[in-house]
Write a protein that binds this ligand. Sequence first.
Ligand code: KG4
Ligand code: ZN
Length: 354
Amino acid sequence: MLCLGIETSCDETAIALVADGQCIGSILGTQAPLHALFGGVVPELASREHYRCIGPLYDKLMSDTNVVIDDLDIIAVTRGPGLLGALLVGLAFAKGLAIASDKPLIGINHLHAHLLVADLEEPIEYPALGLLVSGGHTHIYKIDAPDAFVLLARTLDDAAGEACDKFAKMLGLPYPGGSIVDILAQQGIADPYLFPRPYTSGPELDFSFSGLKTAAAMYLKQYPQLVEEGRRYCSGDNTSIKKEFYNVCASYLLAISETLYIKMERALHKHHHEIKTIIVAGGLAANTFIRQSMYTFAANYNRKILLPKHKLCTDNAVMVAYSGELLAKKGYTHNLDVSAIPRGQYIPNDMIKI
Ligand code: KG4
Ligand code: ZN
């Protein structure tokens, strides 16, 4: 089965081809440098950039892989959650291709796709416990099958990725600063008592990272020289950066990774005997501290862990194409009226089973 995947939920325009569980081509245009000028994603600009780039990227991928539209078995496209205008560009393009080629279409849940792509590298043994840590979401799911996700926990406010990006911004680092904080933190020594493990004192499974962000803001107010170090680092003058600067980055990421550990442990205890695999996915699954903490978690509980390679952790279309293939193999498609679902809204299970 040959599946085309299209991803335009945020600031990456991505297209990929997956054939029987193998990625045969993938192309991605990032808008990050554009949005960095504004310190965050500007939705209107994101839509315009997707609209400008999607056609040429599609043409290039098809010619690079020598695939023609008639070779496709199904067209998969991210239908949400994401920025509404950005999603509409991908959906309209996918619908156009489906009408032109008379091929079936399937709308993909971006969050589920982040987790399912782990299966491309190594088979998921179900049921699995999935931690999705991205820029906009921090979710824990029990996953019984590619079409059976149960949401166990979500963030009540900021996502872990937002907490990283906002911390980076406080330090004067460019958007999206999560991966820069990660690089800096690797040169530091984490102080486990510097920042709280937010929303962990009660029995709740849900997350809340806003308290951690406030704690960091208060700390940086007390030590403004750390922000100065951030500015110097950005200007390329990192010769005499003080170790405290690296240490505060390490302490912050340790707080996030230990908070994730605590909640995953609680979720596992709830479904202890059933869970066979731990999956960690989304942009923050590329983070060194979170990867280490989740490897330790899986080892402590003697579970198989799947952590996709970095390129498959951040937004990409391989995950969309592969999810499309998994769902199509189970007989699912969508009609042409499949809708775009913005962030924060419920994604209906409105697939049609043939
Ligand atoms: O999954 P993703 O690519 O896009 C969304 O669906 O949100 O995640 C993007 C998030 C951003 O917050 C980015 O700063 C963060 O992932 N990120 C990282 C790292 N790589 C990406 N955060 C910390 N450490 C990293 N290595
Ligand atoms: Zn994502």
